[in-house]
Design a protein around this ligand. Structure first.
Ligand SMILES: C[S@@+](CC[C@H](N)C(=O)[O-])C[C@H]1O[C@@H](n2cnc3c(N)ncnc32)[C@H](O)[C@@H]1O
Length: 205
């Protein structure tokens, strides 16, 4: 469901450069002092807020292209006091080319938009061109975590994975939540509450 435009959230992004970064400076100590974990399509940030709080040993980049949503996430992270997360309030496609091979420790794709129409398949964040970029920017042994409620996107993603060099570590059609190592997302919460099966795939470079 589309989030309504909220001026305060858009302003929050512009007024809080300490959390919401407009330009990626990969030489900044934030990106060099610790291993860096990406989440693409973070939404309002429930997942990254919990993951980053529980893993101070990493720095996190939450990528969310809708500015209102990025603003809501930024406020949540600032209020929670997380110092190890930055929000990139733009389309993820804008940054892949400038990230060097092997730069990223792991990548999370949670409940990304399914784009059900065939003519929109290139927009799916698991289309082959995206998977190839993830593979390139991940370090050797780095993992890509994918979760979705959407059956069509799940099947499509498996077909696209088969075209890559990724090793499939696990593929669960009905993923029972791993509460010790995983964190619930806003969409996951919504779909689990109505009994929808959640699919999860873990890949390794
Ligand atoms: C269906 S929501 C899921 C949000 C959250 N991950 C969750 O599980 O609750 C997908 C989010 O991905 C964002 N998104 C989609 N494509 C993106 C892209 N290319 N770059 C950055 N964000 C993107 C959308 O704006 C949306 O907020």
């Amino acid at each position: 469901m589309r989030t309504k435009y909220k001026q305060w959230a858009v302003d929050y992004v512009d007024e809080h450069p300490e959390i919401a970064i407009q330009k990626l400076d990969l030489k900044d100590p934030f990106f060099t002092e610790k291993d860096v974990v990406f989440e693409v399509g973070s939404g309002k940030g429930d997942f990254i807020a919990a993951l980053s709080l529980n893993h101070p040993e990493y720095n996190f980049l939450a990528i969310e292209r809708v500015k209102t949503v990025a603003g809501m996430m930024s406020k949540k992270l600032v209020e929670q006091g997380n110092k190890n997360v930055k929000v990139f309030p733009w389309n993820a496609e804008l940054i892949f080319d400038e990230i060097k091979e092997g730069f990223v420790y792991s990548i999370y794709l949670n409940f990304v938009d399914p784009w059900p129409k065939k003519r929109h398949e290139k927009r799916r964040l698991t289309f082959i061109t995206f998977l190839e970029q993830y593979y390139r920017i991940l370090r050797k042994g780095g993992r890509l975590y994918f979760k979705s409620d959407n059956d069509g996107l799940y099947e499509f993603t498996k077909e696209e994975i088969a075209k890559t060099k990724f090793k499939v570590i696990s593929d669960e059609e009905n993923y029972k939540f791993d509460s010790e190592n995983d964190y619930i997302t806003e969409y996951e919460n919504k779909f689990r509450s109505i009994g929808k099966s959640i699919h999860r795939i873990i890949l390794e470079k």
